[in-house]
Ligand binder design. Structure first.
Ligand SMILES: Cc1cc2nc3c(=O)[nH]c(=O)nc-3n(C[C@H](O)[C@H](O)[C@H](O)COP(=O)(O)OP(=O)(O)OC[C@H]3O[C@@H](n4cnc5c(N)ncnc54)[C@H](O)[C@@H]3O)c2cc1C
Length: 317
């Protein structure tokens, strides 16, 4: 820990770091599931230093073999109870949206609803479908998040990112790079810096009406009733019906382990009923996966990402 302190103090002095920095920061405070143990070091640089700082930090951490995990809004991760070793780089300070003709360039740490609010004020439509989805634009691109039959890749023009050699690069949208909940960034260790999307002129009132419609729909579907990370399993309808329906049909709604439960109103949402540990959520995912496999022969794939320092899984069976 002392060496991590020395390491970061040196970089912070060199780069003129401004922002938040905490040792042993509980990541339950930074994830929508509200579970997760401490990060050895959690850092949220302010926008003013983010680019230079991010590049220095990632480069020097790699040289020193210190792992760095990039955290957006924490809306699709389950962080282990033991936490995350090394550094968590939180993109939350790297927020803002600007325009270039009909395109919007959104910094990766911008919260989805914050970006949509800016687009509405500037009367730019195109991203309304994302209204009410927790998380950041960077995380949404990394996941190629989708809802209401539309994926982030469908509005993407290009993404700016810091590549494996800590150089700023641009990835123009290529259809072959994206798929259902797939983006090219999942296969690379890069920091997404900004997301450039297509927008079109639209009256603010119409944008707000559509956004309110999606917000309400999510509310009615119980998205905000308990801490969660949205859909627990991928739902690409390869199995002929929604994943939630398959889980429902097997009578698993309401199934509970510790403080984690399958939502009583939706088979594909796992909730933290108040005192869940990350390991409860993982155990529930595992039991559902095994049950669906043995009853239906279907291999469910978790959509939520398990990150951090997990104990070894017991063998199947
Ligand atoms: C109530 C609720 C409803 C939801 N509904 C939906 C839905 O309808 N559709 C859907 O697809 N998802 C949904 N989700 C999941 C979540 O909102 C999305 O996946 C969201 O896009 C995740 O963004 P994030 O910033 O929170 O990512 P995080 O959870 O912080 O990170 C996810 C992954 O992206 C990586 N990452 C994040 N930012 C960057 C970056 N700048 N550079 C490189 N890597 C990065 C992280 O390292 C991690 O591997 C829902 C979640 C909740 C809680």
């Amino acid at each position: 820990m002392v060496s991590l302190r020395k390491f970061i103090e040196k970089i912070n002095t060199e780069t003129g770091f401004t922002g938040d920095l905490r040792y042993d920061e509980p990541l339950a405070l930074h994830t929508t599931f509200k579970v997760g143990g401490p990060a050895d070091l959690w850092i949220r640089p302010e926008a003013a230093c983010f680019l230079e700082y991010g590049a220095s930090l990632l480069c020097q951490a790699k040289a020193a073999s210190i792992p760095v995990f990039i955290l957006g809004g924490g809306a699709n991760v389950v962080v282990a109870d033991q936490g995350i070793r090394g550094i968590v780089l939180d993109t939350g300070g790297w927020s803002g949206t600007c325009f270039a003709g009909e395109e919007a360039i959104i910094r990766s740490g911008t919260r989805i609803d914050t970006a949509l609010e800016t687009l509405a004020v500037h009367q730019r439509g195109g991203l309304e479908f994302l209204a009410g989805m927790p998380g950041s634009l960077g995380g949404a691109l990394w996941m190629n998040a989708r809802c209401y039959e539309k994926a982030v890749s469908e509005v993407l023009v290009a993404a700016a990112y810091l590549d494996e050699h800590f150089r700023r690069s641009l990835a123009p949208y290529k259809p072959e790079d994206y798929g259902y909940k797939k983006s090219p960034f999942q296969r690379r260790e890069v920091l997404i810096l900004s997301v450039r999307v297509r927008t079109s002129p639209r009256p603010e009132a119409a944008i707000r009406r559509e956004m309110a419609h999606y917000h309400l729909d999510r509310e009615q579907k119980g998205h905000y009733r308990f801490p969660s990370a949205g859909s627990a399993f991928k739902n690409n309808r390869d199995f002929g019906k929604p994943t939630g329906k398959i889980i429902d049909e097997l009578g698993l709604r309401g199934l509970r382990i510790g403080g984690a439960a399958v939502a009583p109103w939706h088979g594909n949402i796992i909730i933290n009923t108040g005192n869940a540990r990350a390991q409860d959520i993982r155990a529930l995912v595992r039991i559902i996966t095994l049950h669906v496999k043995s009853a239906r022969g279907i291999d469910l794939e978790p959509e939520i990402c398990f990150v951090g320092d997990w104990p070894e899984e017991p063998p199947d069976g």
